[in-house]
Design a protein around this ligand. Structure first.
Ligand SMILES: C[S@@+](CC[C@H](N)C(=O)[O-])C[C@H]1O[C@@H](n2cnc3c(N)ncnc32)[C@H](O)[C@@H]1O
Length: 295
């Protein structure tokens, strides 16, 4: 069953923008899958490269530019000449946290986020008062450092919250390991794992990530979850029947939510998918509510 969540950018009414589209967030050159209009290029006069580093995967750089059409600062992270992330496209990143945590009935939550990026998913997690701990696993030490140095807008908010741990490591290695996502506490289980690293289950950043999106990989990941635990995933593609079927082999309640939002560069609409997948509780029939019955 698909649920439509319609949220527009605040103040993003202008069709003008520069030459990038929503798909730049993942560095792809393909047309966003539910756009409805073309945008006009506009060059910004104010541009600042805040930092750049050589890494084993290429040159990573952080830039801030003033978008004249939208009248706001935009932060972007590039890997070589590809755009990895933009602070203009964060609606579905926030929805990943909101929909993922809404699927949990636990009173207190220990959460893992895979992929720190600009930190919008992580900040939305911290907005849920049930969250008592958050571990954000990020493979690029530079991205963690930019947050710690306050070069990114959400950095101080994330790092000053005592619930947050920014963990430098490979999400997929941790998911595959018996120890799991907390090397200090072997086999620690979490109430929710929210993942936003690859473009989609079918378009992975690294061929070494593909195993996770198959039934055995999902089973492995589910071993790090509490009973009733949630796995949620951001995807740049429309809902995939094949992936939904794989999730359903492992989890008890699976949904693909289409999240649409205004694209200020095209003047049209773009969309992402957020999958939520919930484990059952032993002894409780699948789908049975934890809410007290209403009179
Ligand atoms: C698209 S961004 C995440 C965006 C984030 N949801 C937000 O709200 O800004 C993906 C992040 O995953 C990181 N990443 C890539 N491969 C990874 C891996 N194997 N393990 C952990 N993080 C990884 C990237 O460096 C990047 O910071």
């Amino acid at each position: 069953m698909f649920v439509e969540v319609r949220i527009g950018f605040a103040g993003a009414g202008s069709p003008a923008g520069d030459a990038v589209s929503s798909s730049v967030r993942r560095g792809t050159s393909s047309t966003p899958w539910c756009d409805s209009a073309e945008g006009m290029p506009l060059v910004s006069a104010r541009f600042e490269e805040l930092d750049w580093r050589e890494t084993p995967i290429g040159l990573i750089s952080l830039r801030r530019r003033w978008d004249r059409a939208l009248e706001r600062d935009v932060h972007e992270i590039k890997l070589d000449e590809e755009f990895l992330m933009s602070s203009l496209f964060t609606v579905a990143e926030v929805e990943l946290a909101r929909l993922g945590l809404a699927a949990s009935s636990a009173a207190e939550l220990d959460v893992v986020v895979g992929g720190l990026g600009l930190g919008y998913t992580a900040r939305a997690v911290l907005g849920d008062p049930r969250v008592r701990s958050l571990r954000v696993v990020e493979s690029l030490g530079e991205v963690i450092e930019w947050h710690r140095r306050g070069l990114l807008p959400l950095g101080s908010e994330l790092t000053s919250d005592s619930r947050t741990r920014l963990v430098h490591g490979d999400f997929f290695d941790m998911a595959a390991s018996e120890v799991g996502f907390d090397t200090g506490t072997s086999r620690r289980r979490f109430h929710a794992v929210l993942l936003d690293i690859d473009h989609s289950p079918n378009h992975v950043l690294d061929p070494g990530h593909a195993w996770l999106y198959e039934v055995e990989g999902l089973r492995r990941l589910a071993e790090h979850l509490e009973p009733g635990g949630v796995f949620a995933l951001w995807s740049d593609d429309p809902p995939s029947e094949e992936f939904t079927a794989a999730l359903s082999e492992v989890f008890d309640t699976v949904r693909a939510h289409v999240v649409t939002f205004d694209n200020p560069y095209t003047g049209g609409e773009s969309g992402n998918t957020v999958y939520t997948a919930v484990l059952g509780h032993p002894g409780r029939p699948v789908g049975e509510s934890t809410e007290p019955p209403t009179a």
